[in-house]
Design a protein around this ligand. Structure first.
Ligand code: AMP
Length: 215
């Protein structure tokens, strides 16, 4: 099974993608995670992407093309995948059409999560991420000696540089000006599932899974 999970930054794509990947036995491909890992390791890709990612802008399509081709060719995608954070431009969507065609992938699902910008700004400015496993919590859940409930590591939670309020506003502008057009591009091409992303994590997951089953 192949799924593209779509929606604004902070709507819960990463959280849902991790759960769905594990429930469906498919790979989770997050282009944001790939870029952050490259930045951390200071690879060539990381050096090119660092400033762009930290400013909340889009990494150029030519760079993203190489990343996505490599990721989808990997054997861990053999059983299917959920794409989180890609495509973010119409050109990326067209490239993905070609890759899907080459890989003989017929009818992927597009899962779109919705939430208003004020909910997103509140969520992102208060979120902390586990540097070991990527689990997300809100600041008020964090206490001294906090141990990650998913991977049991301690002292691993940090605030992403692009979760600064000004950068969040830029990321939302990029989403509304550019990325949201990708949704119109896909309507009528893919099997679309739209879900209210303000509901609880469990309700969103079950909503997605039940709609996938029905299709
Ligand atoms: P995310 O973790 O999906 O919110 O992505 C974090 C940042 O990585 C984005 O704000 C962009 O700077 C960059 N990024 C991730 N995916 C893409 C993409 N498909 N195209 C361009 N830039 C991307």
């Amino acid at each position: 099974m192949q799924i593209i999970i779509f929606g604004s930054p902070g709507v819960g794509k990463g959280t849902q993608a991790k759960i769905l990947a594990s429930r469906l036995g498919i790979a989770h491909i997050s282009t944001g995670d790939i870029l952050r890992e490259a930045i951390k390791r200071e690879t060539e890709l990381g050096k090119k992407a660092k400033e762009i990612v930290e400013k909340g802008e889009l990494v150029p399509d030519e760079i993203m093309a190489g990343i996505i081709r490599d990721a989808l060719k990997d054997t861990r995608c053999n059983n299917g995948f959920i794409l989180d954070g890609f495509p973010r431009t119409i050109d990326q969507a067209k490239l993905l059409d070609t890759i899907f065609h080459d890989l003989k992938i017929g009818e992927p699902f597009l899962v779109k999560l919705d939430a208003d910008d004020d909910v997103i700004v509140a969520r992102l400015s208060n979120r902390l991420v586990c540097s070991k496993c990527g689990n997300i919590i809100q600041k008020n859940e964090y206490k001294n000696d906090f141990v990650c409930p998913v991977c049991n590591s301690s002292d691993s939670y940090y605030k992403r540089k692009d979760d600064d309020e000004e950068v969040i506003k830029r990321r939302l502008k990029v989403y509304h000006d550019t990325t949201s057009q990708v949704f119109s591009y896909y309507t009528n091409r893919l099997r679309v599932i739209e879900i209210d992303g303000t509901r609880s994590i469990e309700v969103v997951t079950e909503g997605i899974l039940s709609q996938i089953k029905k299709s």
